[in-house]
Design a protein around this ligand. Structure first.
Ligand SMILES: [Zn+2]
Length: 253
């Protein structure tokens, strides 16, 4: 049992009793962790508005030995996720994009596995979603691809997984989901059942993995490019977590 401090984003809330909630945080210092917040549902509770979904806050918690729920003792709001108040016309859709990002962090990371870069990435993406000048769909694809890259599950975007031929400008490739790779036209087999992806979209994905969220947010993709890139990322994510993310159907790409 120890007292810990962290900068954290609220990624999940579950009611525990009439007045308490169990919160899941994604923190800079510890990665993901859950904690019981006693009195969190009371209007003038001890945590105020610091614990809204996707709020970033400074928290203090008692870390229990494995198997027991950690206990939140303090939470101070750093910044709130308010995409509908940033002068955006599509605020609701941006809000759902935030929920999707929270679900991906919840499903694809492990408890107490620190990932400071991923925390910084999530923080920038949430802040960019509140700005009217950014394209939410590019931010979604960028986040999906970067998250897969951080956890080591991004498909190899440079060559065919079987013969090793490089991905060239005009080729048509297939995403080999179970092996986390690509297949060229001549190696593609019926039984792999991968979806097609154009070399142009693979090139975009490669560029996005090298871009900061700031830069990515200003890239406008065509509808076809967005669909192909998003589809590839969602197939890889679904393969890892064993189901489609629940918030996926609220996304407007
Ligand atoms: Zn090949």
């Amino acid at each position: 049992m120890s007292l810990e401090k962290a900068d954290a984003i609220v990624i999940r809330q579950v009611d525990f009793s009439e007045s308490s909630r169990v919160l899941t945080f994604f923190s800079r210092e510890f990665g993901k962790f859950a904690a019981l917040a006693k009195g969190a549902k009371r209007i003038r509770g001890p945590f105020d508005a610091a614990l809204d979904l996707l709020s970033e806050c400074r928290v203090v918690f008692i870390r229990k030995s494995s198997g027991t729920l950690n206990l939140l003792t303090e939470a101070r709001l750093t910044s709130r996720f308010q995409p509908q108040q940033g002068g955006t016309k599509d605020g609701l859709s941006r809000l759902y994009t935030g929920y999707y990002i929270a679900e991906l962090l919840c499903s694809l990371t492990e408890d107490f596995d620190p990932f400071p870069e991923l925390f910084d990435l999530a923080k920038s993406v949430l802040s960019l979603l509140s700005s009217a000048e950014t394209h939410p769909s590019t931010l979604v694809v960028h986040f999906e691809i970067s998250l897969l890259q951080h956890i080591g599950l991004l498909p190899n975007l440079f060559e065919c997984s079987v013969c090793g031929c490089p991905v060239e400008q005009n080729g048509k490739f297939a995403h080999w989901v179970s092996q986390g790779g690509l297949l060229c036209h001549s190696c593609r087999r019926e039984e792999y059942a991968g979806t097609s992806v154009s070399a142009g979209s693979i090139e975009i994905l490669r560029r996005l993995t090298e871009s900061s969220p700031d830069l990515a947010a200003r890239i406008r993709l065509t509808k076809e490019q967005t669909e192909e890139c998003h589809k590839l990322a969602v197939s890889a994510i679904t393969n890892v977590i064993g189901r489609k993310p629940a918030t996926l159907r609220y996304l407007q790409m």
